[in-house]
Design a protein around this ligand. Sequence first.
Ligand code: UD1
Ligand code: CA
Length: 461
Amino acid sequence: MSLEVIILAAGQGTRMKSRLPKVLHAIAAKPMLGHVMETAAKLSPIATHVVVGHGGDLLRSYLDSSSNNRSLNVVEQTEQLGTGHAVDQAIPQVATDSVALILYGDVPLTQLQTLQDLVVRAEQGSLALLTVELTNPTGYGRIVRDAQHQVVAIVEQKDASEAELTIREINTGIMALPAAWLKQWLPQLSSDNAQGEYYLTDIIAMAAAAERRIEAIHPASEQEVQGVNNRLQLAELERWYQLQQAQHWMTEGVTLADPARVDFRGDIRIGQDVSLDINVILEGRVVIGDNVSIGANSVIKDSSVASGTVIKPHSMLDETLVGENCDIGPFARLRPGTVLANNAKIGNFVETKKTIVGEGSKINHLSYVGDATLGRGVNVGAGTITCNYDGVNKFQTEIGDHAFIGSNTSLVAPVQVGAGATTGAGSTITKAIEADTLGVSRGRQVNLKGWQRPQKKSEPL
Ligand code: UD1
Ligand code: CA
């Protein structure tokens, strides 16, 4: 049986107090809707329908940019008349012989296994509900069971009797069922209830009356079905998610100085015997080899770091490729397009951009090196600057193998320094230097014997 996913995301999310639609608020740098879409995609549905309303344009552009899924169908719900009404907007485009899985865009962390369990039961001809027992069920729809413990209805908080309010098993809102049943029952919903809404949950009583099998299954943890209504709940889920990631990486052989103070935000791969000190952030597509150590407060974004490299505290890497056994930081800033060959060394207060640093080359202190190519064994002295920008265009600097750039050299690009060449400290290099040649450009020092320091003038009366 084919599967179709319906994601409800039309709600306003007033309590976020945000211009951004609620489902675009992020957990681990990915919008909640993105988490839901990603998990749903792993079930290989033939189509995914996202019901949007508030902030529909923003949601559409997010969905366009994030997904190359041609089976994605964005459905507009212009007025938010309830969850039943929301599903009804999508249902004409759902194949009658499919199974429909209903998800919420603001419940981001449901696990694949849990959804698979629901879908399998729906394929076997059940209405499969995801429910959970809570110590405090206030606000949720309650699962009403008969004397045989069979689910017979869901009653919303605002419509519940005293007795029903004591029920602790609640509706998470996530369910799977044959689409044909939805097509049959949705038109029969009424808004004659405390909230004047078309409740999707009213189909449960219809299923019971039609003697359809209703099965309740439970998630492995409560957080899987936790919805987000405000920024406190967003932060709680973020922490839970991060702790799961931290536990995963520790079981995979990564040492974390403190599992509560490290963040994984994206598609991360880490080798063995890696150690991450506190407040390390790995973001985007990050690949870390074996035996890498990353110092406190470092941010590694969309980068790869090969085995044996040491990154000292307070370093920032963005779109950077780092070879083996490099030594980086503290306080290094490697910007997009930086490539370090093996054994390269980037010291404190060094900024690089679109720069290739050859094997064993060193830029140890206080430098800006941009739009440059350095050969092997180059030594760049403290305070070296590539003057790569004339205010309009960027120009290249090329430095040959084993060149020695004296401290405080300004390299006015485009410029080439040949292999084995040297620049004198404090030089402004504007012309190419041939191999094995000294380039120096600075005023000659003059020493004046017997020179008198100026005297302080006596104050006029
Ligand atoms: C719903 C369930 C309740 C369940 C709870 C779990 C109903 C009637 N009630 O209640 O049993 O315990 O979720 O959190 O289904 N949405 C739309 N269009 C609408 C209304 C809602 O897209 O017209 C979306 C919202 O964006 C949200 C989801 O549906 O993602 C749930 O809506 P919400 O208003 O939070 O439902 P609750 O009243 O909390
Ligand atoms: Ca809700």
